[in-house]
Design a protein around this ligand. Structure first.
Ligand SMILES: Nc1ncnc2c1ncn2[C@@H]1O[C@H](COP(=O)(O)OP(=O)(O)OP(=O)(O)O)[C@@H](O)[C@H]1O
Ligand SMILES: [Mg+2]
Length: 234
């Protein structure tokens, strides 16, 4: 049986207080197996991004816990938490979060800078990641001057540069035309297949969800059904 990279138990997340309180997640249990591709689907406002932010340790649950490789992440604080996040995860979000007036290479090596990797090594690994995405010739360009698809590939290069075990992608193709979206999807699934990187993808796109090994549906803060290929085929 595959080991779980992430195990979430009884996750609840509430925003606001008192009369303004909103329960965005109402008790979610979820195991994510090493090397799988998982789609999180559901309507706008159902809690998908909230769940992903918790799983990626970017936000804390109001209740419940998340284990990362068997370690209870509630024990991780400050620097240790940042380090775990930075070493284990890559992020691909719909809003690109590139610094527009910095070069593509500078943007891509940011996680390495945070990790304290020295300059020459940063450059080597950053260029290698860009080459993988056929973006080597854009390394010196300012991020602002890239096309949408190129920006998304730069974001994927940045997600890869740390050799992550898990890539979290929130609507990775949402802003892209169909053809460019397909290229970005192919890159993500190739990373999954060839490097065993676990993919967790939030999407509205049925076809993208269908390409994943497994899908979970979120409705009003709860997992309402889980379907994998076998169940669908049965
Ligand atoms: N910081 C916040 N304060 C208050 N409410 C919030 C906050 N963040 C999210 N919410 C609410 O929590 C619910 C879930 O939000 P979330 O962003 O997880 O939805 P989503 O499923 O990702 O939607 P979309 O598909 O539109 O991105 C929404 O009703 C949203 O308004
Ligand atoms: Mg969202």
């Amino acid at each position: 049986m595959a080991t779980n990279v992430i195990s979430a138990h009884g996750l609840r997340k509430s925003y606001g207080r008192g009369a303004n309180r909103f329960d965005a997640l109402k008790g979610v249990d979820l195991d994510i197996a090493e090397g799988e591709s998982l789609a999180i689907i559901g309507k706008s406002g159902s809690g998908k991004s909230t769940l992903m932010h918790l799983l990626a340790l970017m936000d804390e649950p109001t209740e419940g816990r998340i284990e990362l490789g068997g370690t209870d992440t509630r024990a991780l604080k400050g620097r240790t938490l940042n380090k775990a996040r930075n070493q284990t995860f890559g992020f691909v979000f719909q809003q690109f979060f590139l610094t527009p007036d910095q070069s593509v290479l500078e943007n891509v090596v940011l996680p390495l800078k945070i990790a304290g990797v020295r300059r020459s090594e940063r450059r080597r690994r950053g260029l290698a990641a860009l080459e993988q995405l056929d973006m080597g010739d854009k390394a010196k360009n300012k991020a602002v001057n890239l096309s949408g698809g190129q920006k998304q590939r730069a974001v994927i290069a940045r997600a890869l540069v740390n050799d992550p075990r898990i890539i979290f992608a929130d609507e990775p193709t949402g802003n892209l035309d169909t053809a460019t979206g397909a290229v970005v999807e192919d890159i993500l699934f190739a990373l999954n297949r060839e490097h065993g990187i676990t993919l967790v993808i939030v999407t509205h796109d049925e076809e993208l969800a269908a390409r994943c090994d497994r899908r979970i549906h979120i409705r009003d803060g709860l997992v309402v059904e889980a379907a994998d290929r076998e169940e669908v085929a049965a």
